[in-house]
Design a protein around this ligand. Structure first.
Ligand SMILES: Nc1ncnc2c1ncn2[C@@H]1O[C@H](COP(=O)(O)OP(=O)(O)OP(=O)(O)O)[C@@H](O)[C@H]1O
Length: 406
C-alpha cells in the first residue's frame, strides 16, 4: 500500500487502511491518533465549528471538570469503544471526570445476557464501576421477552425505547450522576435526520442533531419573563415541580460507524457483535440502507446530512435552543403546547411554534404542561409518563403502541 498520508513526509510508515470518512490512506498509528483527536475535539466543542462553518457559537466543552458521568454501556461496538476512549481521553487530557458504566438489562435472552457479560469484562478491563438495572426489577417483572410474547414483534421497539430511556434516568439517579453519554454515532444521527425529513417532522430534525439534550436549564433560560426579579422565583418553582433532568451527550456524533468498528478491531477491544433479535425492520431500516448507499457514492454524505440538520436548527432559531446548541426540552415542549393552544387560526409563534402548530393541531393534541408522573415522578406532559402508560396497558392486557417513539 501507499505511504501513510498523515505521517511526516520525511519518514512515512506504510498505510494499512483507507479512512472511511476521508478515504485517506493511513497507517494504524495515525488512524488511532486522528480518530482519538477528533473525538477529543468534539468533546471540547470544536466539532461543531469545525464541521459546521455556519455555527457561530463559541466552542463549549461537553463536560465540566469534576462531573460524574455514566457511560451507557450495552456491550456493543459503539459503547465499548466509547468506554475505552472516554477512559483514555479523560486521563490523556485530564478532563477530571468521574466515570462509571451504566447498563440496562432489557431481558432479551440470548442477546442481552451475552452482551452484559462483555460489559462486566469491560468494567474490569477499564477499571470502571458498573451498575446494571433490569426492566424486570423496574417494571414489575416485565422483560422484553415477555413484552414480545404479549404484543408480538411489531411495535416492540417503542416499548423498549421508552423503557430504556427511563431506565437510564433511574440508573443515573441511583449512581448520583447528572450526565449520561451514549455511543450514538454519525451514521445514527444522519439516519435520524433523514428519517425525520422524510416524515416532515422538522422540530425533530433540529433536535436530533443536538449533541447534548436535557440537563437543568439555567435560571435565565427557565424564565421568559422580562422582570428579572421574578427569575429566581420562577426557577425555584420549576425546580420544585420537575424531577432532575439528566443531561445526555453523544461524543461520537461525528464518528463514522465504520471507523468505530475499525478502531475496535485494530485495538482488539472486547465487544459483543450480535444484533438484537427483536431489531426493527421498519422505517429506520430504510433510512439506514439509504445512508449506507449514499456513503458508498460519497463518504461525506453522512456528515453532510448532519450539517444540514444543524443548519436547519440554527436557521430556525427555535425556542428551546440554548446558547452552545443545547436543547431545553421544557422550553421546546412549552413552544409546542403554545402552538397547539393557538390552534390552526392562531397567531404564528415563529420558528418551531409555527411548524409544530400544524402538526400538533392536526393531531388534535391538548395544550401540555410539564409535570411529574403521578406514579413514578418522571417528567411528563400528562398524568402518567409514557413508560407508566405502556406498563398500565401491559398490566391490563391492553397494550397500546400509539405513543410517539422515543
Ligand atoms: N441496554 C443498554 N444499556 C445501556 N446503554 C445502552 C443500552 N442500549 C443502548 N445503550 C446506549 O445507547 C447507544 C445507542 O444504542 P443502539 O441501540 O442504537 O445500539 P448500537 O448502535 O448497537 O450501539 P452499541 O454498539 O453500543 O450497542 C449505545 O451505544 C449505548 O450507549
Amino acid at each position: 500500500m501507499a505511504p501513510c498520508s498523515l505521517c511526516p513526509p520525511s519518514s512515512p510508515r506504510r498505510a494499512l487502511l483507507r479512512r472511511p470518512k476521508t478515504l485517506q490512506a493511513v497507517c494504524k498509528e495515525c488512524f488511532f491518533d486522528v480518530f482519538e483527536t477528533e473525538i477529543h475535539h468534539t468533546i471540547m466543542g470544536y466539532g461543531q465549528a469545525e464541521h459546521a462553518p455556519h455555527c457561530e457559537q463559541p466552542p463549549k466543552s461537553l463536560f465540566a471538570r469534576g462531573e460524574r458521568v455514566a457511560i451507557g454501556a450495552s456491550g456493543g461496538k459503539d459503547s465499548t469503544v466509547l468506554a475505552y476512549i472516554m477512559t483514555l481521553l479523560n486521563a490523556r487530557y485530564d478532563y477530571g471526570l468521574d466515570l462509571c458504566l451504566l447498563s440496562i438489562d432489557e431481558g432479551i435472552s440470548g442477546y442481552r445476557d451475552a452482551s452484559l457479560d462483555t460489559v462486566k469484562r469491560n468494567a474490569e478491563q477499564y477499571d470502571l464501576p458498573l451498575k446494571i438495572l433490569s426492566y424486570s426489577e423496574l417494571y414489575g417483572g416485565w422483560t422484553m421477552d415477555r413484552v414480545v410474547s404479549e404484543i408480538g414483534k411489531k411495535g416492540n421497539c417503542t416499548y423498549c425505547g421508552v423503557f430504556r430511556r427511563q431506565a437510564l434516568d433511574r440508573g443515573a439517579d441511583l449512581l448520583d450522576v447528572d450526565h449520561i453519554v451514549t455511543g450514538h454515532n454519525a451514521d445514527d444521527v444522519a439516519e435520524t435526520v433523514l428519517m425525520n425529513v422524510l416524515r416532515g417532522d422538522i422540530s425533530r430534525v433540529a433536535r436530533c442533531t443536538a449533541i447534548t439534550t436535557g440537563g437543568d436549564p439555567s435560571p435565565s433560560s427557565l424564565s421568559s419573563s422580562s422582570a428579572k426579579a421574578n427569575e429566581e422565583e420562577e426557577a425555584d418553582r420549576l425546580e420544585a415541580l420537575l424531577p432532575r433532568a439528566i443531561k445526555r451527550s453523544k461524543p461520537f456524533k461525528y464518528a463514522y460507524e465504520k471507523e468505530i468498528v475499525m478502531y475496535a478491531y485494530f485495538k482488539k477491544l472486547d465487544y459483543h457483535s450480535t444484533e438484537c433479535i427483536y431489531a426493527p425492520t421498519a422505517y429506520r431500516g430504510y433510512a439506514r440502507a439509504l445512508v449506507k448507499d449514499l456513503e458508498a457514492i460519497r463518504p461525506s454524505a453522512i456528515v453532510d446530512l448532519i450539517y444540514s440538520g444543524e443548519a436547519l436548527a440554527s436557521s430556525l432559531a427555535l425556542p428551546g435552543r440554548r446558547a452552545g446548541g443545547e436543547w431545553d426540552d421544557k422550553a421546546l415542549l412549552a413552544a409546542a403546547a403554545a402552538a397547539a393552544a393557538a390552534g390552526p387560526g392562531g397567531e404564528s409563534q415563529g420558528g418551531v411554534g409555527a411548524l409544530l402548530k400544524g402538526r400538533t393541531a392536526s393531531r388534535k393534541k391538548a395544550p401540555q404542561v410539564q409535570q411529574s408522573c403521578e406514579r413514578c415522578g418522571s417528567m411528563t406532559s400528562q398524568r402518567l409518563c409514557q413508560a407508566c402508560m405502556l406498563l398500565e396497558g401491559l398490566n391490563k392486557g391492553a397494550a397500546r403502541v400509539d405513543v410517539a417513539a422515543a
